[in-house]
Structure formats: C-alpha cells, structure tokens
Design a protein around this ligand. Sequence first.
Ligand code: FAD
Ligand code: SIN
Length: 534
Amino acid sequence: MKYSNYSVLIIGGGAAGLFLAHKLSFSNNLKDGILLVTKGKLGESNTKYAQGGIVGVMPDNKEDSTELHIKETISSGCGLNDFASVSFISEHSCAAIEDLIRAGVQFDRDENNNLIYTLEGAHSVPRILHGAGDATGRVIEEGLVDAVLRAKNIEVYENAMAVDLLLDRARDCKGAVIYRADIDDYEAIYSGATVLATGGVGQVYKYTTNPSLATGDGLVLAKSAGCEIKDMEFIQFHPTALNVKDDVKMPLVSESVRGEGAVIVNRFGEEFISKYDERGSLAPRDVVSGIVHKYLKENPDDSIYLDISRIGLENFERRFPTITSICREHDIILENMLIPVTPSAHYCMGGVKANVAGETDVNNLFAIGEVACTGLHGANRLASNSLLECIVCASELARKIDKKEFSSIKKIDDEIKKTLSIYDEARELPEYNCDEIRRRIKNIMWRYVGIEREEKGLLQALFDLKEIGRILGSDKKCLNREQYELKNLLRVAEIITRAAFARKKSIGAHKRIDYIESEPLIVGDYREDELFVK
Ligand code: FAD
Ligand code: SIN
C-alpha cells in the first residue's frame, strides 16, 4: 500500500469541500499541502444540481435583515434549530456571497449590475441569489473547481473513495484509507486535519433528486469513529421533482418556479394546497410535501402539476433554461403550461454533530456541508440555506486550520497498523448483485420510512434491512466502490429508521401517522423573546 502525508485531507468535492480547499490555498501554514479526494469526477456532486439558489442577506436588499432570516429559518425548522448556529450562519451570509464572487462565481444581475433576488417557500422576502437562471449549483461548482485547479498547493484525486478513517490509540484522527478505483488499490493518507465534506444520503430512497454518489459515506465513517450522529429522522422531501419515476435520480423543478408565480394544482387545474395551509404553494417544504402526499393517498387516480401560466412561456424559458431543457428532454409540452411533479427525497437535515467550524467529537476530524448537522436546519430546512451553510462553515474551518499547529506523524501506532492491515491483506471477498440489493434498500425506505412513518412499518423496515445485512456480511474490506456504497447505504438506512422509530412525535419533516400531535413550536434551550437579544 502506498503511504502519503498531507497537512489537510478534504474528502469531497462539492461546495463545502471545494470552498474549503480554495480558502486554504491562501494559507502559509500548510507545509505538507492539501489533498482533495472525490469518489467520482471532480465536480460531480449534489452541488452541481442545485437550482434555486443561495441565501444572501445583503445590505442592498432593504426589505431584508438577518433578524428576519433567522426567524424564518427557525420557524421552518419548527424550533429544533441551534440558535447560535442559525445566527452565526445568517450573519456571515453576506461575507460568504462576497467571497464566492471573489472566487469567480457569477450570480445573476439586472441591467444595472445589481444582484437579483428570488423567492422560495417560507421566505417572506426575495433573498435568494441565483446563477445562470436556475443552475446556481453548476455555476458555484464550476467557479470553485477552476479556483482549486489553479491553486499550487492543492492536489486532487478523482475516483478515490475514503473507505476508513485512521484513528490512533487516543482516538485522534490521523487520516484515512482511500480506495483508488482507477488502479484498484488502496492508499493510506496521513493528515493533520481530516475533513468530511461528503454530502447527503438521498440514494437511500427509491425516488430522490440526489445523484448516485449520495450514499452517506461520511456519515458512516464518522459513526464508526465514534462521532455523535444527530437528527437523522429529518429527511426533507421536495414536493416538485419532475414526475418521471426514475429510480436513480429524479430531475428537480425548483421551488423558485413557485417563487416566480407557479402554483401546484391537481389534474383538474385546481389549486388545493391553500385549502390545508393558507400559505399555499409557498408554505414550508415539509408542509407542502405532506399535503401533496396526503392528497395523492386520498386521490390515487389524480396527479399533481405545476401550473406555470402566471409566469408565461417566454418568461419561463428565459428565467429557467435548465428546467426548460430537462422538460423538453422528457417530452413535456411546456406550451400546455403544466409540468407533472411528484415528491422526492431531497436533503438530510441530520448528520455528524458539528459546530459551525466543522469540529466533531473526534480530534482532528471535521465535518462540513450536508454531511454535518450544525443545527441550522432543525426539523425542516429553509430553502437555499444549504449552500449557504456549506460556504460559511468551510470558511470558518479554513480560519481554524490556518491557525492550527501541525505536528508531523513520527510513529504509526498499533491501532492504525491494525486498520491498515485489513486493506493490505489479500483474500477472497464475496460477490453479490449490488444493483439488485441497492434497489431493495431504496424500496424499503421509500415504502416504510418515507414522508409518513408508523411503528409497524418502521419495525418491518428494520427487519428487512437486517436480512440484507446478512447477505452483505460484516467484512470491512470490499471488492469495489459499488460494494462499499451499498454497505454505507445499509448503515444509513438503519440509522434513519432507528431515529424515526425513536421520535414518537410528528414534527417538521418527520411525520408519524401514529403520533400526529406536533411538538410545541419552540423547544430549544431559548425562548422566542430571547431570540434577537445580542
Ligand atoms: P456535495 O455537493 O454532495 O458533494 C459531496 C462530494 O463528496 C462529492 O464530490 C462526492 O463525490 C464526494 N464523496 C462522497 N463520499 C465520498 C467518499 N467516500 N470518498 C470520496 N469522496 C466522496 N441547496 C441550496 O441551498 N440551494 C439550492 O438551490 C439547492 N438545490 C438543490 C437541487 C438538487 C437537485 C439537490 C440534489 C440539492 C439541492 N440543494 C440546494 C442542496 C445542496 O445542493 C446540497 O446540500 C449541497 O450542495 C451539499 O454540498 P456538499 O459539499 O455538502 O456535498
Ligand atoms: C430548489 O431549487 O427547489 C431547491 C432549493 C433547495 O433545496 O434549497
């Protein structure tokens, strides 16, 4: 096995990992350099598919304020948010946007070169910046990839998957084991700081907007290292994925389409959401998905559409070029003004417990972006707060690392040698049909741990997942990336299901039909009247 040494190892090349690498490229403190590993091609990530935009509470937006953004984030999260994280991230949003612009990211502007803001569900004012209309994620990803590739002190490994963490006897993290698919071999990376920026878990569900790499790897690595994992029952279902029933990845129809005037209707063209919630199609995402799900359960022959007639075709095509071409690729006739949509798993509010600088329970192991749970989102994320969290937390972690004292590894201790020996050892490993088993996990989760949950279904899910565990066995070493991902998906599925079982209340994105009574709105360790005292 090859051994390498870096000051910082960043696992993941989405917004969080790339932005951290970019910020660290200016540090003079990292004499062994930075390695960024990504399990696919650089740029392939959830980030790349983000459409609606990124929250920025900007001084030129006179209607807006951090107080308002904080309040709406907490109200969307049903009060289960961490107030300190929410206020920190909101107060750093303007700096984050300015930093992105400096890094080369171009947000949409009007004819006077002013930034343009759009609206999404549960925001009371337009405060969402976007790029190339509805390709904000691609614009951010491309801008940051360019910046990272230009930097002299960053090395990038593509097709390189972190499969284990190197923990010494004191349980300090000293790096990771990387499986390099191109050469079918392992490499031990020793690092002074190891950062999980591995993104979400959407692939655990049959229908998801997340690409196939979103298998919760970082979460499983952190859990195995002894980190606390939080809030995993809170999975956000987006109400308007394009209804193409693709069980690998569902294309999204951004919430900003509703922000610009579209409404959710049934097949008779009737707007029905406002019968259940006066905020209608722009109610918080958990509310809209819950209503759509209930409506379709009660009206199984009906279908749901986005009626775009208030936007008008010409406007729509200009403002949403990505969604327009996705619709055309799927033979949807936009001239009819109706886009067929359906709920789909989209975002994980839970994750590795971390503060806004990515610090976890394990020394020298950090988590940022969707894999982390800083408490920003509570029980339901406010739209476009995720990209913001990636950038603010990456920036804060970069500041921490820049000041860190690095000591080079002098001796590899026995605990680390034991971990490495697993991957050094040549032996026969079992083969199984990864595609088929992946589909089974996705079906179980969709059926029993989806938008609505109840005890009977959750127990059935745990039973079925256990059966799959028997097939996969307990070996840590696997044959290939597909097997590693499958084992991670299974662990993530179990974690979500156990968390959903444990919370015997309905709140936010966690809807227990056997416990429909909601928790009180504010349940954090603060009172609503204390929220804005500085
Ligand atoms: P990702 O962007 O998912 O990147 C994870 C990276 O980690 C990838 O490079 C992956 O290859 C790598 N990786 C994973 N596991 C391993 C491993 N074991 N070894 C090595 N590398 C690994 N949020 C918003 O705020 N606004 C939006 O408009 C918006 N729209 C969205 C639209 C879609 C379709 C989706 C799916 C999400 C959207 N989100 C949006 C959510 C947001 O895009 C994500 O939460 C955010 O981009 C996550 O960034 P990240 O850097 O944490 O992870
Ligand atoms: C969207 O564009 O609808 C996605 C926004 C988000 O997930 O924050």
